[in-house]
Design a protein around this ligand. Structure first.
Ligand code: HAM
Length: 422
């Protein structure tokens, strides 16, 4: 019989191996700690939703909805989509469960995989992970600063703050953006010949997105385009000034970038991104903004909201390789069946004392010592026939080679004492 061909992962989809999960756990644990210190609580959401939710929530003319969604029909013929982001799902849950009756702002966070059919490259995947935060039901500009400050606090806690740049912008609201959009479209139309085909296609559908084009050929025109910040209505202008004032009060460094437009249509007023120069084209580690009006557009109350999402793959790439995961404190090596039977309950008792142990399966001592060495465990415990008869175990310090005998029934406590740091 021929050997069957192994099946590999789908393009753009990765396994996160044990050597990496340590970093992932660290990022997630710091995120939970920082967010909970700000009063945010976790919500867990489904991985797929009705397609209509994303079409309405993210915007029909966005890249995500136009060409990146994993959409399929289930067996009943309903159109479903693997979530490309979490905000629309979270707002659906907020509306569906009447969370708006809680004291506002309602502060929520969620962690998990997202799915976008993008061209994979380093830092860009088709299944990727986000840490997502949303604060709902409060329009005060201090909330914008709280959310941005919390994001930067997480990067500070991870030791990354120095390597990242925060950019903020205001993209106006329904009162001022339509007129700006018209002005920008008119300007772009006038110079359409100098734009790349993709930008040309966007002039009528979504002219603001042209400002985000990275092609060198489009830059001179983009540089001279009208600035949204000069077109803000008094309400948006005041909001943005106050956000900046609170960011200054928090001592946060940032750059105002009037060309920053986000790839999702729901934003109004404040938008922000955290960028790095270390990951090539995939330079955004996190992005977010206000989306007042979106909850209502999804059939909910007229509650404002603001939030962000962090790309976890990109954060772990920046963290680089770190120490391996936690090791067991000891490998228990029984020499023979009777010793194995005696060690099994002692190992369990040691674990209940909070110390990590592995039990070997009674093979040759030399081979097991070699394995302990390769695992990197600091201690081994050897129980052979002689030890068993004397109710003793031999405890060996792998670094020094020093050995001592300990009473078998004291083994769990002895190991627990070794397992305690310091
Ligand atoms: P987004 O800018 O589309 O925003 O994504 C946020 C972050 O997710 C990006 O900055 C990036 O780090 C990461 N990311 C996006 N696509 C990929 C990919 N294909 N591979 C790896 N990482 C990726 C949102 O998703 C909004 N829902 C954020 C938000 C929340 N706004 C308000 N609340």
């Amino acid at each position: 019989m021929t050997q069957p061909r192994p099946i590999r992962t789908v393009r753009g989809v990765r396994d996160i191996l044990p050597g990496e999960t340590v970093r992932w756990q660290r990022v997630e644990a710091e995120a939970r700690r920082v967010f909970e210190a700000h009063g945010y609580r976790e919500i867990r959401l489904p991985l797929f939703e009705r397609t209509e939710l994303f079409a309405r929530g993210i915007g029909e003319t966005t890249d995500i909805v136009e060409k990146e969604m994993y959409t399929f029909q289930d067996r009943s013929g309903e159109s479903l989509t693997l979530r490309p982001e979490a905000t629309a799902s979270l707002l659906r849950a907020y509306i569906e469960h009447g969370l708006h009756v809680q004291p506002k702002p309602v502060r929520l966070y969620t962690l998990g995989p997202m799915f976008r059919y993008e061209r994979p490259q380093a830092g860009r995947y088709r299944q990727f992970h986000q840490i997502n935060v949303e604060a709902l039901g409060e329009a005060h500009p201090a909330l914008d600063a709280e959310v941005i400050g919390m994001l930067m606090e997480l990067f500070r806690a991870l030791g990354l703050a120095e390597r990242l740049a925060l950019q903020v912008n205001s993209i106006g609201d329904e009162a001022c953006r339509p007129a700006f959009r018209e002005r920008l479209a008119a300007y772009l139309r006038e110079h359409a010949g100098e734009l790349c085909p993709e930008c040309r296609g966007r002039i009528e559908r979504n002219p603001l997105r042209v400002l985000d084009c990275k092609r060198p050929g489009c830059q001179p025109l983009i540089d001279k385009a009208p600035s949204i910040l000069e077109a803000l209505c008094p309400g948006c202008r005041e909001h943005f000034e106050r956000v900046r004032g609170y960011l200054d009060a928090l001592g946060l460094a940032y750059r105002v970038n009037p060309r920053m437009v986000r790839g999702l249509d729901y934003y109004v007023r404040t938008t922000f991104e955290v960028l790095t120069e270390e990951l090539g084209a995939q330079n955004a580690l996190a992005g977010g903004g206000r989306y007042d009006g979106l909850i209502q557009a999804l059939g909910g109350p007229p509650d404002p909201g603001i939030g962000f999402a962090i790309g976890v793959e990109r954060v772990t790439l920046l963290l680089g390789a770190g120490p391996d995961g936690p090791l067991p404190t000891a490998l228990l090596i029984p020499l023979g069946e009777a010793a194995l039977t005696a060690l099994l309950p002692l190992a369990q008792a040691a674990r209940r004392h909070g110390v990590g142990v592995e039990v070997a399966y009674g093979r040759k001592l030399r081979g097991e010592l070699e394995r302990a060495h390769r695992l990197g465990v600091p201690y081994v415990v050897i129980v052979g026939e002689d030890e068993l008869r004397a109710d003793r175990a031999t405890l060996r310090d792998m670094a020094s080679g020093a050995q001592r005998a300990i009473p078998l029934d004291r083994l769990p406590e002895e190991l627990a004492a070794l397992g305690r740091p310091g």
